[in-house]
Design a protein around this ligand. Structure first.
Ligand code: ZN
Length: 380
């Protein structure tokens, strides 16, 4: 009991992970309770009816739009203390962010505005479909969802991401040349190699491909550029190239679309089953909490399966990186540094990983990376 009482970085990571798991549970319960209260208290119906009275039946899209704005804003207000605690207080407590409160609030406001815009677009379209195709709307909604996802990921790096971080082209040099050579060899056309300022959030070292088609680019976080060797950075980028080569974007889009189809169908069953009981038509925005609740529950149930798929794709991308680099050590040491910097629990409980994590744990990834190498070694 009298031994070393200073927690190690790994102790901190375990503690941070445990806090997050508990907060996730709190968040789920809060959302469920809020949605149920919103529907069952009659607040949702009162808002919808008030708006219909104001705008008239023919201007239903105005009613729907204002309903969504008020509802999303109201939920964000109720959830604000939790958001503040999770994204600001905890991040500062664990020294993963140095952002001051004003900056954080500004970022929070920007994300809320983006959420409001996206929610209005989604609900306007879905509720128009419910009105016109009350039997088959869920098929059309899935098609729209796919289109929407493609558009958002195409414009994100040029429209949304610059709202939060500064991006500038990476200066010419060995690293830029090596990255470009790697892209050329892999046959990937990119709009450039960029660095983004994350120095105010040191717990967010990353490298990623963002965008789609002509907007596809590589973004390296400042914090990654500072603390990692060139081989470590190249191994991380090779992992991203692995995703591209394995067509993971396409695979995720395909599984995402299948999930959306089933999810919308489940919400169709819930809406048709419950709207009547609430004295409403299924296209009436007053029963939107039923719609959201059913999608919410469906996404929780399907999450372990989506995560399992995602973790498999991560292992496959790691295998590509090991093969490209010709050795597992750069990737392994990059993983160790990333886990340390981002304070990720290297060995979460297997059942937690199964349920909640879209990324495999670092410890398992390291074991796999070394196995991949011995597999390559024994082939030659
Ligand atoms: Zn990945």
């Amino acid at each position: 009991m009298t031994e070393n009482t200073t927690p190690t970085r790994e102790d901190l990571a375990r503690e941070y992970d445990a806090v997050h798991n508990r907060l996730f549970l709190v968040q789920i319960l809060m959302v469920a309770v809020l949605l149920a209260a919103y529907q069952l208290s009659g607040a949702s119906a009162a808002l919808a009816d008030g708006l219909v009275k104001r705008f008239g039946e023919s201007l239903w899209y105005l009613t729907n739009g204002v309903y969504v704005l008020v509802t999303v804003f109201g939920f964000a207000a109720f959830m604000f203390p939790l958001s503040y605690y999770t994204d600001y207080v905890l991040e500062h407590h664990y020294e993963l962010s140095h952002e001051d409160f004003g900056m954080w609030l500004l970022d929070f406001t920007k994300s809320l505005l983006i959420d409001l815009v996206l929610a209005v677009i989604l609900f306007e379209v879905v509720y128009a479909l419910l009105r016109w195709q009350p039997v088959w709307w869920w098929v059309f909604a899935t098609a729209f969802y796919i289109l929407f996802a493609i558009i958002i990921s195409t414009i994100a790096p040029v429209v949304i991401m610059p709202l939060f971080h500064k991006f500038e082209p990476l200066a010419e040099g060995d690293l830029t040349d090596a990255v470009k050579a790697m892209m050329e060899e892999a046959g990937i056309a990119v709009a450039g190699v960029f660095k983004s300022g994350l120095e105010e959030n040191p717990g967010t070292a990353n490298a990623a491909f963002t965008g789609f088609g002509k907007t596809r680019r590589i973004v390296l976080g400042d914090t990654l550029l500072a603390g990692y060797s060139q081989d470590e950075i190249l191994a991380i980028i090779a992992h991203e190239v692995g995703h591209y080569k394995n067509r993971d974007m396409f695979r995720l889009m395909l599984t995402g679309s299948a999930m959306a189809l089933v999810g919308f169908y489940v919400s169709h069953l819930c809406l048709t089953g419950l709207s009547g009981g609430l004295g409403r038509n299924i296209a009436d925005i007053a029963t939107a909490p039923v719609f959201i609740f059913s999608l919410f529950v469906f996404s929780l149930i399907s999450m372990p399966f989506a995560n399992m798929h995602s973790r498999r794709r991560e292992y496959a991308a790691d295998a590509y990186a090991v093969e490209k680099m010709g050795e597992p050590d750069s990737l392994v040491s990059a993983f160790v540094k990333l886990a340390d910097q981002n304070l990720s629990n290297q060995e979460p409980a297997a059942w937690i990983e199964f349920l909640l994590h879209s990324q495999p744990s670092i410890a398992r990834r390291i074991v796999r990376a070394r196995e991949n190498m011995s597999a390559i070694g024994s082939e030659s």
